[in-house]
Design a protein around this ligand. Sequence first.
Ligand SMILES: C[S@@+](CC[C@H](N)C(=O)[O-])C[C@H]1O[C@@H](n2cnc3c(N)ncnc32)[C@H](O)[C@@H]1O
Length: 235
Amino acid sequence: MVIEFVAMLVVGKLVIVVYSSFSTESPSMPKKRSSSRAWLKEHREDPFVQRAQKDGYRSRACYKLLEINDRDKLIRPGMTVLDLGSAPGGWSQIAADLVGARGRVLATDILPMDSLGGVEFVQGDFTEEAVFDHLLTTLGSDDVDLVMSDMAPNMSGLNAVDQPRAMYLVELALDLARRVLPKGGAFLAKVFHGEGFEPLMADCRGHFDKVLTRKPEASRPRSREVYVVATGFKG
Ligand SMILES: C[S@@+](CC[C@H](N)C(=O)[O-])C[C@H]1O[C@@H](n2cnc3c(N)ncnc32)[C@H](O)[C@@H]1O
């Protein structure tokens, strides 16, 4: 049995969510192994995983960006694209291909990422101010045409913990977008339906001419994730 405990502390303007869980089962109990086996089986049989292996893409997430880009034409040759939460590098691969030699792709992730032709990479936790500032310095005076974020926190399975963490990442991504996009720029980000979703959409509508959501085929139907596509930054 897994016992979970969540507490919310309000300190001034800061809301701190404390989450603790412990299991009464030994880590080697068969139940855990069978859920890992089920995950592996689902992963191996996933048609997008199989397609990615065949097409030489680093992740099944590539097909999400490809489908969104087919519809919304976000990435064009010569553009500068910022890829937040880039590892293992699928979206960066697609972006580097589409922007071509005249374009620029700057990617970042808390995890390491194998190098990719045409992609600059900064490793670090995006929630840390130093990493945020390092990205701004690396960009220099370049205008960014598209800020895209596929960031997702490690899921605990407990919505009260996962949803605020996920919303925090997308809010920071939007914050960065507002600092680096010129008028007319675009923002694409993974968002999860739930607490904070509507305020985030309203925030986007306040800063972009057109805001919509997409649920690409490669996004699992059981997942609450959708992608917000915001174009025409108002500056
Ligand atoms: C769904 S994966 C991205 C997949 C990627 N778009 C691709 O196509 O290969 C989400 C990524 O967000 C990253 N991430 C989560 N929290 C982060 C944080 N605080 N700072 C930077 N990256 C983070 C994770 O390490 C993970 O690699």
